[in-house]
Structure formats: C-alpha cells, structure tokens
Design a binder for this molecule. Structure first.
Ligand SMILES: C[S@@+](CC[C@H](N)C(=O)[O-])C[C@H]1O[C@@H](n2cnc3c(N)ncnc32)[C@H](O)[C@@H]1O
Length: 190
C-alpha cells in the first residue's frame, strides 16, 4: 500500500538513513548477511538507500522494487547504477522460481494487505537454502505509533505471532531472531 505523506517524508529523512546504516545493517551483518556472488532481491526498496548499502556488499545481481511509483522514481534518480522496478510484492510472477539467493525486507510486510501471499511468493523465488532477511515492527507498536503520529498504516492482521505462524506453515526456518526496541529482525532459511 502507498505510504501516507508523513511516512513518505519520514522515509526520506536523515534519521531514517542513519538508522538503516548504523543500526539495522550492522545487526543484519551480525546475523549473517553476506551478499558476495549472490542474486539479491529487495522488497519495498523505497527511495533506494537500502540499495546503496546492500550494493556495498558486492552482490552478483541486485533488483529492488516498490509498489509506490514516487519511491521508485526517486531511487532511479539517486542511484541510476542500480536496477529498480515498480512492483507489488503480492505478485512476483516476473521473477522465476528459485532464482534468488537472498531476499531482503526493511519494514514492508506490515504495509501489505495480503502479506502472507508476499511470503508465499518469496518462498517461490528463493533458491533452496536461500536466505530471507526481514525486519518488521510489532503489530501492537504499529497501532500505538499510529495513534500518536497518524501515519495511517493499513488495518491488517499483521503481527509477529502471525508472521512466525506463517513462516512455520511454509516450513521456513528462523535461524536468528533479534528483538530491538523498534523492530524485530529475522534471518530465515528456506
Ligand atoms: C516503511 S517503508 C520502508 C521503505 C524502505 N525499505 C526503508 O526501510 O526505508 C515501506 C515501503 O514498502 C512499500 N510497499 C508497501 N506495500 C508494498 C507492496 N505491496 N509491494 C511492494 N512495496 C510495498 C512502500 O511503498 C514503502 O516504500
């Protein structure tokens, strides 16, 4: 779902970039994120700062996509050297089965009405033994945050218990899970 104007602005801000660079990426690295010689897909790439950070890890290929055209336009303008697409995570039919080594999500599933479908699509495109690195806020924190900042997240049943249940249903293995005050971070194996 498209971001509200306040959230869109917040996603372009310096604090967001600092958080992604000095907090989230180091935790993912600690949890095993390495991209050398890997085919990488970033879901909900926003305006491309994640692409900038991820490409420092020298993947074999990188594709980032986002459902919001404004985000993808910004990403293409800022980082013309990387590949970005306008795409909905619920339908990844343009990516072949078992074609990606690593899928990365920086806080996107809680925006997707049918987030289980997005996970099912990730399972399809990941190679056997491939990794999903994922970070999401807790459902209760999203509601609390919205009551104060009015970012207007979609009203879905997303939450970490529901997420864990769906990962388990799809026989994905949580190899590492770290709680932080804003986000819970996962390394998951197919
Ligand atoms: C909270 S922002 C995070 C952006 C970026 N990953 C970051 O960490 O700064 C969520 C992003 O997910 C995108 N998004 C929402 N629903 C989506 C969907 N169904 N498919 C792909 N991207 C989606 C939004 O447009 C937005 O850019």
């Amino acid at each position: 779902m498209k971001l509200s104007t306040p959230e869109f602005r917040a996603m372009q801000s310096l604090p967001r970039k600092l958080g992604q660079r000095y907090f989230e990426m180091p935790i993912f690295r600690y949890m095993g994120l390495g991209l050398q010689n890997k085919d990488v897909l970033e879901i909900g790439c926003g305006s491309g700062y994640g692409a900038f950070l991820l490409n420092q890890l020298q993947p074999k290929s990188y594709v980032g996509f986002d459902v919001m055209a404004e985000q993808v336009e910004l990403a293409k303008k800022k980082y013309p050297q990387f590949q970005f697409l306008i795409q909905d995570a619920e339908d990844l039919s343009q990516f072949a089965n078992e074609s990606k080594d690593v899928v990365i999500i920086f806080g996107v599933l809680h925006h997707i009405p049918n987030w289980r479908k997005a996970i099912d699509e990730i399972v399809r495109v990941l190679k056997p033994g491939g990794s999903l690195f994922l970070e999401e806020p807790r459902g209760v924190d999203i509601k609390f945050f919205d009551s104060i900042f009015r970012w207007g997240h979609p009203d879905t049943d997303f939450g970490l218990n529901a997420l864990d249940a769906h990962l388990s249903k799809r026989e994905l293995k949580i190899v590492n899970k770290r709680w932080t005050p804003l986000l819970t971070m996962y390394h998951i194996w197919k």
